[in-house]
Design a protein around this ligand. Structure first.
Ligand code: UFG
Length: 338
């Protein structure tokens, strides 16, 4: 019995493959390398000492999906594959809907045909839209502000409809907060193609001199120091949440949404200062006006993750800053042409 991991060479997907292999699961990994590199496969093997089957293909290739399910005894699927850049989704909505929605429908149809009805879906705190209060609980109203977020919410809705139509399905919607960090070996890290939008990759670019100064968007929020507060979570903790989720799929039927965050928010300035102290580097910054669409504070209520999945984040903000930096230092020396 194997777990199929779609998008298994991406940032969260690759860390999840490591944790699943270390927990003893057999894996079939699938990716089109749109936002990742083939060398990630070697890193997963180097870290775990374990092998797995890999398919280089695309969610829109139904023939390949069919072949994967025919050739392997798949027990459940962890579905990461999807485009994830908010700005790009505004510029190219059709590309986002085609890839994220059509790709997921293809996967679900093939799963159904092969009687595989256990799924963990990679959702996002983005489905809470502009939060009216924090911490965010899973039963709060959902809304979205961009095509990327809409694909996440649409897929959540599609999966709810599917579970109503057929009570044999077991589906977990994992809503991630702000993943950062990298594997402690230094072999896996966030490596976005193009110019990064998120805070930690930009802090890293600034620390490495790729970017002269970090722009801090807004210092007039009603927060501890005026800058935006987010629930940063170490990617290894997040990955471990998927191991608990995979176990849980055997123990329930229906659909549940679960927040994966730490429950603790940090401001932009707190993150910068911690990063500088832990890594003994300088991150010059300047203030700029608020970024459109940003909210003051966003952090998770983590009770359901603990009660339902038996999971809670273990690593703190210092681990996140250190491991992000170490992974980037190591990663700079690794090449895909090796
Ligand atoms: N920020 C800066 N400067 C930057 C980048 C970010 O000050 O160069 C600030 C933002 O204003 C915000 C905080 O850092 O206050 C975090 O911003 P990110 O872009 O890293 O993360 P967001 O919380 O805006 O967005 C993330 C994911 C989205 C997801 C959203 C909600 O990137 O995909 O969380 O869960 F939709």
């Amino acid at each position: 019995m194997s777990i199929l991991v779609t998008g298994g060479t991406g940032f969260i997907g690759s860390h999840t493959c490591v944790e699943l292999l270390e927990a003893g699961y057999d894996l079939v990994v699938f990716d089109n390398f749109y936002n990742s590199k083939p060398s990630v496969l070697d890193s997963i093997v180097d870290i775990t000492g374990k092998g797995f089957k890999f398919y280089h293909s695309d969610m829109n290739d139904i023939g390949d999906l069919e072949k994967i399910f025919s050739d392997n005894d798949i027990d459940c699927v962890i579905h990461f594959a999807g485009f994830k850049a908010v700005g790009e989704s505004v510029e190219k909505p059709l590309m986002y809907y085609s890839n994220n929605i059509t790709g997921t429908l293809n996967l679900l149809n093939v799963m159904k045909d092969h009687n595989v009805k256990k799924l963990v879906f990679s959702s996002s705190a983005t489905v809470y839209g502009v939060p009216k209060k924090v911490p965010l609980t899973e039963d709060m109203p959902l809304s979205v502000t961009n095509p990327y977020g809409r694909t996440k919410l649409m897929i959540e809705d599609i999966l709810r409809d599917l579970c109503v139509s057929d009570p044999e399905w077991s589906v977990l919607l994992l809503r991630y907060f702000n993943p950062v960090g990298g594997h402690k070996s230094g072999l896996l890290c966030e490596d976005p193609n193009g110019i990064p939008n998120n805070l930690m990759p930009r802090i890293l670019d600034t620390a490495f001199g790729i970017q002269e100064k970090l722009t801090v968007f807004g210092n007039d929020y009603d927060t501890v120091d005026g800058t935006g507060v987010r629930d940063y979570i170490h990617v290894t903790d997040l990955a471990k949440g998927h191991v608990n989720a995979a176990r849980k799929l055997d123990a329930f039927r229906g659909i549940e949404a679960v927040n994966l965050g730490t429950g603790r928010g940090y401001s932009v300035l707190e993150l910068i200062k911690t990063f500088e102290r832990v890594n003994n580097v300088s991150v010059p910054f300047e203030f700029a006006p608020r970024r459109p669409g940003d909210v003051a504070e966003c952090y998770a209520d983590t009770k359901k993750a603990y009660d339902f999945l038996g999971w809670k984040a273990e690593l703190g903000i210092e681990d996140m800053c250190r491991d992000s930096y170490v992974a980037r230092v190591n990663h700079s020396g690794r090449s895909d042409e090796e």
